[in-house]
Each structure stands twice: as structure tokens, then as C-alpha cells.
Write a protein that binds this ligand. Structure first.
Ligand code: F6R
Length: 614
């Protein structure tokens, strides 16, 4: 959802920093782009519908110059993508410019009031209203900051905001509520940004803002306040300095390094990210603490959205099979379905790569409010999820830029597998030597993944799913859970309808759709050899069947004209290892189908990397 960057510098031109920041943030939203620079006694604003590269070259942005400026990449919420709806937005006087990520809920009320008071609103966005609100508060305020605070107090909903005004050319005002915002501290400059990759080229020292915080940066100082019901409370400089974090991600990790797309690079990175997840967590006391919390809980609830929800399904299966604990999976946006029965003594495992997904955070808040404790599993240090959890398990996968999750899915599975093993140890279901045996096996997951990527590149055709409009991706047991993730990948980047359901359900309805040549993929795992029968049902109806399985077990199906069997090497019979050989095949399949159909897998239409709206 929308990317924000704002830079204040002492004696360097900020446009190169903003331009690179926009490129780094484009994964957060890519329907329109804009920039505002304070120059002389006015603002230079350039904005347009389209992508960052076309925008930067069309407006020759790098030729603009100034010491303070804002940039924005948009993922439309209020108003369709258009030049006029692109950020930054200004007030009537054109002397205040704002960029925003989030959704203002009381949009209609504010708009009506502003119009009655004579403001001329040019766009359909909620963002523009905030610029006019500040302007509206100016006559009643003794300073711009006071007007800013008064305007922010009138907003309901979610926002990360950065504002400049020509009267104070060396300042950026900012505010955060339920949308991510961080401050990067540099030598002679400071950056306000939605996310870490936008500032990694310039600094690794960041302050993560919390909900209700607002303030301003200049090139050399940060002033922070908390807006509370009792009024504005200043965050003292000493307290602020204790909040400075050092980000270990490197610039290389956040750039394509010669790969045509981030997604392909991130598929290839999995052997490293999986190893990093394993090594970073296996000795981590936080994981042991989470395991003990889990074991002593009354109920276990597992939540997340999209791919993270899918990783949670695998976790629940492992918990049941290995640690003999039953858990309940709930899609984060549907937390209301169960929240009335959640309470004290329950533990929630909230899984979120970004740690900023609105739905997941809302679920966490609802469960916490009823007395549950929370184990957050996230990739982003300092994210909202990490701050709202009682214990945090970090995935340590490095930055993931491609909108479709790849390496974070396998790292989620690795961290949750470790959690399963330590929970089983804690509960005495496995003894120390059994756990150690499985840990040795898991420590080899990265090698298995490396081999699987190599094999998948050989087996997946360069131009897969030609002419397919609709496909099934099926499995049983663990395979049915992996198939759900496989189908999501195909849908979101290749725009092919891919439906996933447990293979045993075919005969209860979905097989009615199958006719000659209908593509059906089976994710066949060793826990469910009975999938052979489901393959036969599909074969008998003329489906075009592709079975992807590991080599550690025998499936009672013969390949034939319309049945292809792809076998990915895996010697071990350990169920904890089976996702690693299987998932790369489907990541490569989705990637190649997307590219072959002329799409950009890094920027799937209608999607954004971090979904910070309801
Ligand atoms: C799919 C994908 C999304 C995310 C979902 C949750 O490839 O990336 O489905 O998994 O939006 O995001 P996080 O994990 O950041 O909470």
C-alpha cells in the first residue's frame, strides 16, 4: 500500500535520495508517482499516473534540486489511479504539500465541512483533505505545528503522513496511526519513510514510529510527540535515542543484483534465507520461550493473511502430528468468527512477513483485548506485530521486495517447524535425542531447497500453462496445504484462475468442471499415498495431470500421455522436510507463466506488498 519518502538535508540535493527511494518503494504501490520539492519561495510538484521509471524520466526529476522534499508511490484506495489523484496533494494556497498512506474513515464528513468552509478540493482522494484541514486550522493556531496537530486530531482511520510547507522550508512534519512509518537518521540529513529499503542506501540507523506519534524532522534533529487523550506529550531526546535501531539488511539484499525480477532473485535466495532462519532461531531463547508459552496454553489460535495464513496451516499440521497439540487456524480478517471464545490462557500465533498487515494486527488486538497472549512470527524487526507481541520469533529471511511471497514462506515454515519441535520437547512428546535428530535433518533443508530449485528450473516449461484459463491444484495431507500456496502464486502473478481444495473433495462437487485437457496439478506428499485414487479419477475424465512429488516414497501411478510425474530429490522420510523440495517447483511455474504471458511478476495488478488497509 503506498510508499512514502521525505528527506531534509543540510547541504545536499535531496532529489537523488527521493528518486532512489521511490524506486525502492515501488513494490508498495505502483499506479502513480509524485514528488514535491521546496524551492525558493514555492513548491515544485510533479506527479502522474504510471510507474516510477517513466515518471522519473518524463519529468527529468533528477534535474530538480532542493534541500527538502517528499516522494510517493500510490496504490489507489480513494479515487482511481490518475494524474490528479496522484500524491503529493496541496491545500488551496498551494503552500502545503502532503503524502499519505492509509485510509481516512471520516472522509465524507471532513469533505462536507471543508467544502462548506470554501475549500476547493481538486482530487477524489482522502489525502488532499488533510492538506486543506491543516490550512483550515491555521487561523486558529499559533504555529504550523499546532495546526498540523489539530488537523491530525480530526482524522479517523489509518495514516502515515509526511507534510512540507513553504513557510518552513527545512522541515518535514509527520504522523503515524496504523500505517508504518520510520525515520532514518543520517549525517546532515534525515529521512521519513514507509519502509527500510528506501533508506538503506543512505543509513542503517532508524527509529520506528508508534501509533499516535507525530512530530517533525529537520536535517539535524528529530522532535517526537505522542498524541494522547490528555493532549500532546513530548518524547524526550534521551528516550528517543534508546529507540534507535541498527538495521542489518544490506543494500545488495534489497536490490535485484542482475536478476530480471526480484521474485526470481528471492526464489534463488531461499537456500540462504532458510539457513539463516534455522541458524538464527535454533539457539534463540525467544523460540524456547514461545515454545513453553505454546505448550502451557489452553487453546492455540494460528492467524495470518494470504501466504502467511498458508504457512500457519502447515504449522498446525506439524503441531498436531509432531507435538500432538490441536490448534485452530483463522484467516486474520475473519477473527470475529472466533474471538468471543478466545480468552485468558489462550495463545495466538500471528504470522506476518511484514509485521504491518492491517488485518493481522486487528486480529491480534482483538484476541489480546480478550486476554490471549501473542507470539508474533515476522521478518521485520521493529514492525507493529513485533511491538504488539508478547514474544517474537524473527524469520531472519532478509528483505523480500517481490510482491508475491517466496522466501518468506519457506522461512515461515522453517521457524514454525523449529517452534513445533521445541513445543514437543517442552511437552515431553519428543525427547531431547529425538528433537536433536530432527534438528540435524532440518539443518539440511537449505541444501534440499537448492537442489529443488535446480530441478524445478529443468522441469517447469519455459512457457507453462499456455492457453489455460482455469486449473486445479490439489493435494492431500501436507500436499493439500502446499497446493493452496501454489494456487495463490499462480493466481496473483500469472492471472490464471487456480483453485485449490483437498483432493478428496473432487467427487463432492468440483470434478464436475473437469473435461478433456483440463489442467490438474497434484502436490503429492508421502503422508498421503491415497492420492493415487484422486489422480485416477482425474485421469479417467481426461484431465491433463501433472504430479509433483518427492523421491522418498512410491506413488502407485504410472505416467502416460496425459499424466506427467515430476520427481524432486529427497532422500529423507522426514515430513518436516517435504515443503522444501516441493514449493520451488510451483514458485518457478508461477514466475515463468507470468513472464511468458507478458506480465511483471514483481508488480501484480491490484496488489501491494504490505496491506495496511482494512
Ligand atoms: C502472497 C502474499 C500475500 C501476503 C499477505 C500477508 O504472495 O504475499 O498473500 O502473504 O498479504 O502479508 P504479511 O505476511 O506481510 O502479513
Amino acid at each position: 500500500m503506498c510508499g512514502i519518502i521525505g528527506v531534509c538535508a543540510l547541504n545536499r540535493n535531496v532529489t537523488p535520495i527521493i528518486s532512489l527511494g521511490l524506486r525502492r518503494l515501488e513494490y508498495r504501490g505502483y499506479d502513480s508517482v509524485g514528488i514535491a520539492i521546496v524551492s525558493g519561495d514555492g513548491l515544485i510538484i510533479r506527479k502522474a499516473k504510471g510507474d516510477v521509471d517513466s515518471f522519473l524520466s518524463k519529468f527529468k526529476v533528477e534535474e530538480l534540486s532542493g534541500l527538502t522534499g517528499l516522494g510517493h508511490t500510490r496504490w489507489a484506495t480513494h479515487g482511481p489511479p490518475s494524474d490528479v489523484n496522484a500524491h503529493p496533494h496541496t491545500d488551496c494556497s498551494g503552500r502545503i504539500a502532503i503524502v499519505h498512506n492509509g485510509v481516512i474513515r471520516n472522509y465524507n464528513t471532513i469533505k462536507r465541512v471543508l467544502e462548506l468552509r470554501g475549500h476547493r478540493i481538486a482530487s477524489e482522494t482522502d489525502t488532499e483533505l488533510i492538506a486543506h484541514l491543516i490550512e483550515d486550522e491555521m487561523p486558529f493556531s499559533s504555529s504550523f505545528f499546532e495546526a498540523f496537530v489539530r488537523a491530525i486530531s480530526r482524522l479517523e482511520g489509518s495514516y502515515a503522513i509526511a507534510v512540507i510547507n513553504v513557510e518552513e522550508p527545512n522541515r518535514i512534519y509527520f504522523a503515524r496511526m496504523k500505517s508504518p512509518l520510520i525515520i532514518g537518521l543520517g549525517e546532515g540529513f534525515n529521512i521519513v519513510s514507509s519502509d527500510i529499503p528506501a533508506l538503506l542506501d543512505y543509513t542503517r540507523r532508524v527509529i520506528v514510529l508508534e501509533d499516535g506519534e507525530l512530530g517533525w524532522v529537520t536535517a539535524t534533529e528529530v522532535k517526537l510527540f505522542k498524541l494522547t487523550e490528555l493532549g500532546l506529550i513530548r518524547v524526550e531526546d534521551d528516550d528517543l535515542s534508546t529507540r534507535v535501531r541498527f538495521i542489518e539488511w544490506s543494500v545488495e539484499e534489497a536490490s535485484k543484483q542482475g536478476f530480471p525480477h526480484f521474485m526470481l532473485k528471492e526464489i534463488f535466495e531461499q537456500p540462504y534465507s532458510i539457513k539463516s532462519t534455522y541458524e538464527g532461531n535454533v539457539e534463540d531463547p525467544a523460540l524456547r520461550m514461545a515454545a513453553s508459552m505454546l505448550w502451557s496454553s489452553r487453546n492455540i489460535i494460528v492467524t495470518g493473511a494470504g501466504t502467511s495464513y498458508h504457512a500457519g496451516l502447515v504449522f498446525s499440521y506439524y503441531l498436531s502430528r509432531i507435538a500432538r497439540r490441536l490448534s485452530y487456524n483463522i484467516i486474520a480478517s475473519e477473527h470475529k468468527l472466533i474471538e468471543d471464545s478466545v480468552g485468558k490462557g489462550d495463545v495466538v500465533i500471528a504470522i506476518s512477513q511484514s509485521g504491518e498487515t492491517f488485518d493481522t494486527l486487528e486480529a491480534v488486538r482483538a484476541f489480546k483485548a480478550r486476554g490471549a497472549r501473542v507470539i508474533g512470527v515476522t521478518n521485520v524487526v521493529g514492525s507493529a506485530l513485533s511491538r504488539e507481541s508478547d514474544v517474537v520469533v524473527y524469520m531472519r529471511a532478509g528483505p523480500e521486495i517481490g510482491v508475491a511471497a517466496t522466501k518468506t514462506y519457506t522461512s515461515q515454515i522453517m521457524s514454525l517447524s523449529l517452534l513445533t519441535l521445541f513445543a514437543a520437547l517442552e511437552g515431553g512428546v519428543l525427547d531431547r535425542s529425538e528433537v536433536e535428530d530432527k534438528l540435524v535433518k532440518l539443518s539440511r533443508a537449505h541444501e534440499i531447497t537448492a537442489k529443488a530449485i535446480e530441478e524445478s528450473l529443468k522441469h517447469v516449461p519455459e512457457n507453462p500453462l499456455v492457453g489455460s484459463k482455469s486449473i486445479y491444484m490439489l493435494g492431500r495431507g501436507l500436499g493439500s496445504l502446499i497446493a493452496r500456496e501454489a494456487a495463490l502464486k499462480v493466481k496473483e502473478i500469472a492471472y490464471i484462475h487456480a483453485e485449490s481444495y483437498p483432493a478428496g473433495e473432487s467427487k463432492h462437487g468440483p470434478i464436475a468442471l473437469v473435461e478433456k485437457g483440463f489442467p490438474v496439478y497434484f502436490v503429492a506428499t508421502s503422508d498421503s499415498p491415497e492420492i493415487a485414487g484422486n489422480v485416477m479419477e482425474m485421469r479417467a475424465r481426461g484431465a491433463h495431470v501433472t504430479i509433483v512429488k518427492t523421491s522418498n516414497w512410491r506413488l502407485d501411478v504410472e505416467p502416460g500421455d496425459s499424466v506427467e510425474i515430476v520427481e524432486i530429490p529427497l532422500e529423507d522420510s522426514e515430513i518436516l522436510l517435504e515443503p522444501y523440495p516441493l514449493i520451488p517447483y510451483f514458485q518457478v511455474l508461477a514466475y515463468r507463466a507470468s513472464v511468458a504471458r507478458g506480465y511483471n511478476p514483481d508488480k501484480p495488478r491490484n496488489l501491494a506488498k504490505t496491506v495496511t488497509v482494512e
